[in-house]
Write a protein that binds this ligand. Structure first.
Ligand code: ADP
Length: 662
């Protein structure tokens, strides 16, 4: 079966291709989603970076702003320092400047001025106790800060220290000189929380939370009470000035939700889901289609194998008579290849040129749809010129839309079959002739006896005539009567000879209108003498005026002679009184029935089965062909030969023959 593996290899590669193509959209989709995810991630990264950058920028701005504020305050403190330390009482202008320093939201809660020994000269608002601010709380070595300021010759910031209320302050000591003479320091006390809260614009605090951490990382001042989440972006920078390990921690509140990327991602996910769903649907559809295709391929391979294996030629024609398909058997039958045949129009290359007209007529008849159901017999020609007989059955071709698209013909090469049939017919005929000869051989003695009678009669009439002539007593009228008798006897002898001749002669079956009763009479006439010899009677009950039968009289006679002889043979042991054969005829519808009844031995069960078999006989000299030939003849005339037991003993053979041919 080379066909199936070839198909399965094709199937496999097609399947592999199909699977690969089926997975391709998933690969592309995965790639697409990965690209989108990367893009989104990159956008978010870019966003985050941008936010970080803007946070840093804002922090730098804030730092700068604070530094600028503190620098400005330092400059102002330097300005007022000279006036405050030189004079006992500050001038009104200085006081105004001091108030300005305090009143504006600069984070300064107090300004103090100390002489070169660190003694408090004045303060605003006025100091009630005598110590320095830091010293008053006992936390800040304010003196060392002052010394440092004096030593470095520029403002120095002190560390932050807690004050009442959980707040923290820090100081800036601004040294003051007058012509190289150190006059003292002006100290500005800053409230850390005031500085942070007041100095920052509203928009900054909306975006960020600002906190000041001590060197241990503890929060000592904050712009907002809301604690930031760990996930919020934050930035820490040293708080310079005042320094001393203080750090500024700026935390960005979570930015407003950016709807565009969310929408983008949501729509991409949605489209992705839709694409996956539709690809999945498509795959299911594809799988269904593939299964159907597979089934179709198997079906068509199966049908092709079937078509290739049949020995019946198949050829399809369209409605114009053009050949559209031929199977290998048809090509083998005609000797033409499929390429030579497909597309051919009448006259076809395989038509018999000697019967072109007839074949064309048959073709036209088929095209008109007038195809006989029992097929058409035509003579065709092979490519090598050899003729062959074909039996063709045509059926209409109906396309899937239900339209009649042409004709499909099954062509059988019946040449061999016909030859065999002819051979069988000839053999049959020879057999019949042999059988007739055998029958005749058996009948020869009785025929001799039969002929003897008229001949003896003629002879005796003749002797009588001669005697009368010799005696001279010739009566012409008497002589005439004698001669008439001689003539009758001579005709009778002639008739016997004719019948024997007809019976023995090997002739082609004839079809002629005949009277069945006459044929029976002839048959009885042939066998009568034998019957008499065997002390048997043959009686007839013939229905008069039967319709004519179209048949071969000799063949029908042969059946009857056979049946009568078989009956006689079966009655050998029958008492003489009952040795009678009765032949009757009657009309049953369109059928003529002949019954041959005997009172013989009858037919036992073992014989019943084999009665009509060739060469089956129970007689020592029998041939066993009689009944077989009789049945063949009956069937040749579209009739039947059967038998049944005779109710009065013996057998009845029944021959039925149609009066009209079907
Ligand atoms: P044959 O007469 O040469 O034997 P047939 O074919 O005529 O061949 O008959 C076959 C056999 O059928 C006979 O040998 C006989 O046994 C049986 N047979 C035929 N006709 C009768 C009959 N009328 N009664 C009994 N047996 C019969």
């Amino acid at each position: 079966m080379p066909l199936l593996p070839a198909i399965s290899t094709q199937d496999n590669s097609a399947n592999r291709r199909g699977r690969w193509i089926g997975r391709l959209p998933y690969f592309v989709l995965a790639l697409f989603l990965a690209t989108i995810a990367l893009l989104v991630w990159m956008t978010r990264e870019y966003d985050a970076e941008e936010q970080q950058t803007s946070l840093i920028t804002d922090v730098l701005w804030m730092e700068q702003n604070l530094r600028f504020q503190l620098d400005r305050n330092e400059a102002l403190l330097q300005q007022v320092g000279l006036d405050l330390l030189r004079a006992d009482r500050p001038s009104s202008q200085t006081e105004a400047q001091l108030r300005q320093l305090m009143s504006q939201d600069r984070g300064i809660v107090r300004v103090l001025w100390l002489d070169q020994h660190g003694r408090l000269k004045g303060a605003l608002p006025p100091q009630t106790d005598s110590g320095l601010v830091g010293e008053a709380d006992g936390t800040v070595p304010a003196e060392s800060v002052m010394k440092l300021a004096r030593a470095v010759g520029r403002p120095v910031y002190g560390p932050a220290y807690p004050v009442v209320g959980g707040k923290f302050n820090f100081e800036v000591h601004v040294p003051t000189w007058s012509d190289d003479a150190f006059l003292g320091v002006v100290v500005a006390v800053y409230s850390l929380s005031d500085l942070v809260v007041r100095e920052l614009p509203w928009w900054f605090s909306e975006r960020y939370r600002v906190a000041v951490l001590d060197p241990d990382g503890k929060e000592i001042a904050a712009k907002s009470k809301i604690a930031p989440l760990a996930t919020y972006r934050s930035y820490t920078t040293p708080f310079e000035p005042p320094g001393h390990g203080l750090t500024l921690q700026i935390t960005a509140y979570k930015g407003e939700t950016r709807w565009m990327p969310v929408l983008l991602i949501a729509s991409i996910v949605l489209f992705g889901v839709i694409i996956v769903w539709s690809v999945w649907q498509l795959r299911r559809q594809l799988a269904r289609r593939q299964a159907a295709e597979q089934a179709l391929r198997h079906e068509s391979a199966f049908r092709k194998a079937m078509e290739d294996s049949v020995i019946t030629g198949l050829r399809a024609r369209d409605r114009e008579g053009r050949i559209t398909h031929v199977n290998p058997a048809f090509c083998r039958m005609t000797g033409f290849s499929a390429e030579e045949l497909v597309g051919a129009t009448p006259p076809m290359p395989y038509w018999d040129l000697d019967q072109l007209e007839h074949t064309l007529e048959v073709h036209d008849m088929v095209m008109r749809g007038g195809t006989p159901t029992d097929g058409l017999e035509v003579s065709l020609r092979r490519k090598n010129g050899e003729r062959f007989d074909a039996l063709i059955f045509e059926a209409p071709l109906i396309d899937p839309e239900g339209r009649h698209s042409g004709w499909m013909g099954s062509v059988l090469d019946i040449t061999e079959q016909k030859r065999a049939m002819e051979l069988a017919r000839q053999q049959d005929e020879r057999l019949q002739a042999t059988s007739r000869l055998v029958t005749m051989g058996e009948m020869a003695s009785t025929l001799a006896h039969e002929l003897n009678q008229p001949l003896a009669a003629i002879s005796s009439y003749n002797t009588g005539c001669i005697n009368r002539l010799d005696a001279g007593q010739v009566d012409p009228s008497e002589l005439r009567g004698v001669h008439e008798k001689i003539g009758r006897q001579a005709r009778r002898a002639g008739e016997i000879i004719r019948r024997v001749h007809d019976f023995v002669r090997r002739a082609e079956p004839k079809r002629e209108a005949l009277d069945l009763n006459n044929v029976i009479r002839d048959a009885v006439g042939l066998i009568e003498a034998d019957a008499r010899k065997r002390q048997m009677r043959i009686s007839s009950q013939l229905t008069p005026d039967l319709p004519a039968l179209t048949a071969d009289p000799v063949m029908i006679e042969q059946i009857l002679v056979n049946l009568i002889r078989n009956g006689m043979d079966a009655m050998v042991a029958t008492p003489a009184a009952r040795r009678e054969i009765t032949i009757s005829t009657r009309l049953l519808g369109n059928t003529l029935e002949t019954r041959v009844c005997d009172h013989g031995s009858g037919i036992d069960a073992a014989t019943v089965e084999r009665l009509f078999e060739p060469f089956f006989t129970t007689k020592s000299e029998g041939m066993g062909m009689g009944l077989n030939i009789c049945r063949s003849i009956a069937e040749l005339h579209h009739g039947r030969l059967t038998f049944e037991p005779n109710p009065t003993g013996g057998t009845i053979f029944i021959l039925t023959l149609p009066t009209e041919r079907p």
